[in-house]
Design a protein. Structure first.
Length: 266
């Protein structure tokens, strides 16, 4: 299996997951041109895509969906309420209703040789989900936009070979930054975004011997820095009471507006 962030951040998200025969995107929150260029840099023609999985309807996850879908007619998978929200987003223009396929959290299904399993997340959207993908024994999770996590989250993400996980903000930067107070409270709330510290704490509960890659994603441009996210997550892992240290696992930070490192599961 393969994983690559084409773009990841508060200004736009688009993640590629694939096998030799199956190619999918998680969200299209960037322009059609950037999506096309990102895919082509991976050696994939946009017309080869088998599916687009939408996590939720916020603009940084769907802004390019209308233009892209009208050109390539790729099936769009999302929960029923997310589909309704997408259809109601006037900025996207008209999207062929036959492209939409509905999913439900904790109900897995297959697309060619890939199994897809949506999971519930806590975020202020209509009905948001994250996605886990598997091919044989290989497993990849793409999980962003969660204000909090619980035992359900941990159980869903056990045994991943690669995991792209949100590390959205540094709490101190957010608190002293320019955002208005209500927006700060939204981000810090249980239906907001995961901080660097909480990302590290969640990861500390998910580490295992076969975990090959950790990618920190969806960083806020205003309230975080790649180096800060990286070091904070590493510190949380090292200080946790598990038997692992941060140096035991390769950790990278997904780039905001560039294609990140291409990951292939061994």
């Amino acid at each position: 299996m393969r994983l690559c962030s084409i773009a990841s951040g508060s200004s736009g998200n688009c993640i590629y997951v694939g096998t030799d025969t199956t190619h999918v995107l998680v969200d299209v929150g960037i322009s059609r041109k950037r999506t096309e260029e990102g895919l082509k840099s991976l050696g994939i023609c946009p017309g080869e895509l088998d599916a687009i999985f939408v996590t939720h309807e916020h603009s940084d996850h769907i802004s390019g969906l209308g233009v892209f879908s009208r050109k390539y007619n790729v099936p769009i998978y999302a929960t029923p309420r997310t589909v309704d929200a997408i259809k109601g987003a006037r900025s996207l223009g008209e999207i062929d209703g036959e492209l939409f396929q509905t999913v439900k959290a904790d109900e897995s299904f297959t697309i060619k040789d890939m199994t897809v399993n949506p999971m519930r997340i806590s975020h202020d959207a209509a009905d948001p989900v994250a996605y886990r993908f598997s091919y044989g024994r290989q497993k990849i999770g793409v999980v962003t936009d969660l204000g909090t996590y619980n035992d359900y989250t941990v159980e869903c993400l056990r045994g991943m070979d690669a995991l792209l996980l949100e590390a959205n903000h540094d709490v101190n930067m957010l608190q002293v930054g320019p955002y208005p107070y209500p927006l700060k409270q939204r981000i810090l709330g249980d239906r907001g975004h995961l901080s660097n510290e909480n990302s590290g704490r969640l990861l500390s509960r998910l580490l295992h011997d076969r975990l090959q890659h950790i990618v920190l994603g969806h960083l806020s441009k205003e309230n975080n820095m790649p180096e800060l996210a990286y070091e904070t997550v590493k510190l949380e892992i090292t200080q946790s009471d598990n038997c692992y240290k941060a140096g035991d696992f390769p950790i990278q930070v997904a780039k905001r507006s560039e294609v990140s490192q291409f990951i292939e599961i061994a």
